[in-house]
Design a protein around this ligand. Structure first.
Ligand code: 2NM
Length: 340
């Protein structure tokens, strides 16, 4: 009987729905029972063979079953979707009570700390920062700085030559020559950077080290400006109670020239191991820019004067943190770097 067949189809569909585990199972069930070629649809096509008085009741029954199955499929779909969502939510749960992972943050290199501080000190006094190439022409490194051909600084023992006219710069003064070529006074710059000299590595020497050179050119600049500026620098870097002195010296590119010392902060001038019994510690070299250097850069030495200075970054950092061996800076041992 058709009525029994319809009921069998309904039961088979309900059974299939129980076993469905995902949405595509549901779609297969819908097609196989309710689709155009599905079981219920095929059965309805046989209605023609029924007697006319049975047809309306069977048609009604088939439609009721269709509506019932559509309802069941959509209920199953909703249940599957929410199960899937719950599964995903439980998988993606974050346990906010878990202890955080220790992130190992780096440390600033002591030379970077002192370089940044030095830049800030000079920027605060109106200087700006200039730079230039580390591979430099002989002209900018020596010739323009009034270093004659027979000067010992030109000896190949000190300088890394790349060709007859090209070398690794031995000082950052080359940046200042380049700057003077392109800028009119007033000039107030510092030039920090790597420099190279053919030295063997030991506690106080390295074939590569860092310099900060300064240059001020304007009308009426005197040795008093040089002394005032460099004393302020020493006080800002080492503390207000630091004591400075200037000693006569010689550089080919400055006249007069001087070196600045600070009184030993360990023995206050009495002499100790730290200052090798001198009482004083050499900090930097400086002087009034030689008129010939200004002239070479097309700056009229009758109208303008200037002072310049050169600071070894390794040296001032060693003083600052009482580091006894230059090699510490280049080894990058984290037990050393982690202390800053
Ligand atoms: C020093 C000491 C004294 C210096 C001179 C110049 C320039 F370019 F103006 F001539 N720049 N830096 C200078 C002067 C450097 O280093 C110990």
């Amino acid at each position: 009987m058709m009525k029994d067949q319809i009921e069998q189809i309904r039961l088979a569909a309900v059974d299939a729905l129980k076993n469905a585990t995902n949405l595509s199972d549901l779609e297969n069930i819908r097609v196989s029972f309710l689709g155009k070629k599905g079981q219920l649809t095929s059965l309805l096509k046989q209605m023609g063979s029924l007697s006319a008085d049975l047809r309306p009741a069977m048609g009604q029954l088939a439609n009721d079953v269709r509506a019932y199955l559509e309802g069941e499929i959509s209920k199953a779909a909703t249940a599957l979707q929410s199960a899937e969502l719950n599964h995903r939510l439980s998988r993606e749960t974050i346990d906010v009570t878990m202890p955080g992972e220790d992130v190992c943050i780096g440390h600033k290199h002591p030379m970077s700390i002192v370089l940044d501080e030095t830049k800030q000190i000079f920027l605060g006094m109106g200087f700006s920062v200039a730079d230039g190439p580390e591979v430099e022409y002989d002209y900018y490194n020596f010739e323009a700085l009034n270093i004659p051909k027979d000067h010992p600084a030109r000896d190949t023992q000190d300088t890394f030559y790349i060709s007859e006219n090209v070398l690794l710069r031995t000082q950052t003064s080359s940046c200042q020559i380049r700057y003077m070529e392109n800028h009119k006074p007033p000039i107030r710059i510092i030039a920090p950077g790597r420099v190279y000299r053919s030295d063997a590595l030991d506690a106080t020497h390295s074939p590569m080290f860092h310099q900060i050179e300064g240059l001020v050119v304007d009308e009426g600049i005197s040795m008093a400006d040089l002394k005032g500026t460099l004393e302020v620098f020493a006080k800002r870097l080492y503390g207000e109670d630091v004591v400075c002195r200037f000693r006569p010296h010689h550089f080919p590119f400055t006249e007069p020239s001087a070196e600045m010392d600070i009184q030993c902060f360990n023995c206050h001038g009495k002499g100790c191991r730290l200052c090798k019994n001198e009482g004083w510690i050499e900090l930097l070299g400086a002087g009034m820019v030689h008129p010939r250097v200004l002239e070479t850069c097309n700056i009229d030495p009758n109208k303008y004067s200037g002072y310049a200075f050169g600071i070894g970054l390794e040296r001032i950092t060693m003083r600052r943190y009482q580091i006894g061996d230059l090699r510490m800076f280049f080894e990058n041992d984290t037990r050393f770097l982690g202390q800053f």
